[in-house]
Design a binder for this molecule. Structure first.
Ligand SMILES: Cc1ncc(COP(=O)(O)O)c(C=O)c1O
Length: 327
């Protein structure tokens, strides 16, 4: 395969089996972290930039601006660098330090907003900052992933399609919800081409997207402190809310037992699969989406002291398992 541009290297046909999570059924984990931007958001970035180009704005005079928890920023920075476009990423203290460094290395301006909004998150504060910039700098264009239909469309045409092309028949699809672009796009594709597939949205406890109570969250990617405009609950069958501690435990278990170093939202999605396993009839085909890998989480999810500060019970239970094994 010879690509013209780095962002052309989207790998949409990579799956790994995780049958042990639902005994008696086939579980396929779609790996979205093996492209050059390292996450599912490369496809979103390509689509959002294409939509901006179609908007009639002049490039490279126009500066693109976006609120991002990390992965979209890295992907946008890659696409914009390759196209010679200026980019500002507005992020918050939950973003991984490594993602911020990647955005900067790829030439983006990074602004970190550390004022919490009324729901305890940062999203509304990030959006307020963007509105101020747009008012002061007219040559700036907001990509607005939470409201831009280009996000769901690209996941309908690429992500959803690739799942059915590769797996053929799917009974259950577990998809994490951040902006809900991946979820909405895949759900639309499944509704059209495999209406019997049960679409299960996975979110983090503390997220308000599906009407839950707001709460403090530590893992970037899934969850919001403000309902995304592109979310349409009619496209999904069920929502599973996962405590962040369960996601961390799942990530650490898969790393140690399968050599699978996944990002936090993958742990969240797989925790939901495990939680629903008893309700899934034997012989079912289950697909779960893994948005990224774990290298960007070495200082958080895979760092004992970071985990012990937030969920001491997780580290204590690991220590007692080790000592019982040694006894
Ligand atoms: C690691 C990770 N997982 C999941 C998501 C959620 O994807 P979406 O915004 O399409 O809902 C994101 C979005 O940034 C992410 O970075």
């Amino acid at each position: 395969m010879i690509a013209e541009e780095i962002y052309d290297l989207v790998l949409d046909d990579l799956f790994i089996r995780a049958d042990h999570l639902v005994p008696g059924s086939s579980v396929f984990l779609k790996l979205e972290g093996l492209n050059p931007a390292g996450s599912v958001k490369l496809k979103t970035a390509i689509a959002l930039v294409a939509q901006a180009e179609d908007s009639g704005r002049e490039f490279p005079r126009t500066r693109l601006i976006e609120s991002t928890s990390g992965n979209l920023g890295v992907a946008l920075a890659m696409v914009c660098a390759a196209k010679g476009y200026r980019l500002t990423c507005v992020t918050d203290p939950n973003a991984n330090a490594q993602s911020v460094r990647l955005m900067q290395a790829l030439g983006a301006e990074v602004v970190v907003i550390d004022i919490r909004d009324g729901n305890g998150g940062y999203l509304q504060s990030r959006i307020n900052y963007i509105r101020d910039r747009l008012a002061c700098e007219p040559d700036t264009y907001w990509l607005n992933q939470y409201a831009n239909p280009a996000g769901p469309q690209v996941h309908r045409d690429r992500t959803g399609r690739s799942v059915l092309d590769e797996i053929g028949h799917v009974d259950y699809a577990f998809i994490g919800a951040g902006t809900t672009g991946t979820l909405m796009g895949c759900a639309e594709y499944f509704r059209q081409h495999s209406p019997a597939t049960r679409i299960i949205a996975v979110d983090a406890v503390g997220s308000v997207s599906f009407g839950g109570s707001p709460g403090r969250r530590h893992i970037p990617g899934l969850g919001t402190s403000r309902r995304p405009e592109i979310l349409d609950e009619r496209r999904i069958d069920e929502v599973v809310m996962v405590p962040e501690a369960d996601a961390v435990e799942m990530c650490r278990m898969l790393a140690e037992e399968r050599g699978l170093l996944l990002g936090g939202s993958s742990g969240t999605v797989l925790s939901a699969v495990r939680a629903k396993a008893k309700e899934i009839p034997e012989g079912s085909v289950v697909v779960a989406l893994s948005p990224d890998f774990g290298e960007r989480y070495l200082e958080t999810i895979y760092n004992d002291s970071w985990v012990a500060d937030r969920w001491p019970e997780l580290i204590c239970s690991e220590i007692s398992e080790v000592s019982q094994a040694g006894a």
